[in-house]
Design a binder for this molecule. Sequence first.
Ligand code: SAM
Ligand code: SF4
Length: 372
Amino acid sequence: MALSQSEILAWLREERPERLRELYARANAVRRENVGGAVHLRGLIEISSHCERQCMYCGLRKANRSLERYRMTREEIEQCALTAVQLGYGTVVMQAGEDDALTAEWIAEIVRWIKRETPLAVTLSLGERAKDELKLWRNAGADRYLLRFETSDPYLYRTIHPQRFAGRADRLMLLKELKALGYEAGGGVMVGIPGQSYASLAQDLLAFRDFDLDMIGIGPYIAHPSTPLGSGQLRPRIDPAEQAPNDELTVYKMIALARILCPSANIPSTTALATINRQHGRKQGLQVGANVVMPNLTPVKYRRLYQIYPDKACIEESATDCNQCLRGQIRAIERFPGRGVGGRGEIEVDTGVLVASAPPQFVQIGEQGYGQ
Ligand code: SAM
Ligand code: SF4
């Protein structure tokens, strides 16, 4: 759907509730028409909190010595996948810091096992890994890869996301590689990063559209006191009038605009959103355009150690508790839990029967550069 950069900017600055209701109603209608009423459940397994990176915003950064680290065993991960099947989820998401001890072959073996033993789709979110590793995992059966690009502002990106290897492709380039390998590719951003302007959020939304992302993760930036950005030690310069807020309202606007610009994408209502509004955040995200939630399957003993940001929602609940809670929230807003794998463009009806599947659009992306 056509929305110019200036229209997007005007929506991001809009504060009148009656106008915002119009935006949300429009996004909800686009969601209904293009991905239906199902809310897909993707079981999240946080397989390792070790990380070689020094992202300035994230509690898992290597320099954060105050964090006790863990790495799940293969058996534990496979047990989580079996729990996902029992709970009726269509997908598991294996997420971790950029952990070199997760060797390419070890991950590939787990992916092969899940694909052989279960009907689950497998999503990986293991950071910026080498192209041959991404290819190996795709050949092993991995369906999707999540790699948020965090911000499309190149100056802010370099400031908050130091490179690990000189000359390695950045995240936007890697998203192109992932698509070329046949993954469903997921990008996304944090909202309200210090130094992030309204204009750069508008640019992020245009990048979602121009990169034709299959999945778009949008959540608030939450300050972590043990990071340079969260402690205030690093302060990217910006005119205060241009600084985008990291509040829930701005996240709702971003989700709604992403839905309008990318009608068939899978868009989660994120845990970070549930963290800043525990009671209503997830439900409201689903009511302004989102169609995915990510119940946590990580064993409870590890959850509080995967501390990306403080006071994360859902760290005490068991997998069964998370499942029941989320299904209750989905029903409370008169939607229904998806039963299939929930690939891009799939529409389910409430019986759980798949009625339509749009072919994935593997277009040549980014030839013209994003945001033009
Ligand atoms: N290491 C992988 C990566 O960086 O893609 C996956 C794990 S990483 C913790 C997943 C996402 O957490 C990041 O893409 C980032 O958007 C989000 N994140 C990290 N720190 C955050 C913070 N302080 N507030 C909100 N989200 C944060
Ligand atoms: Fe590591 Fe990902 Fe956190 Fe960066 S965002 S420090 S890569 S876990």
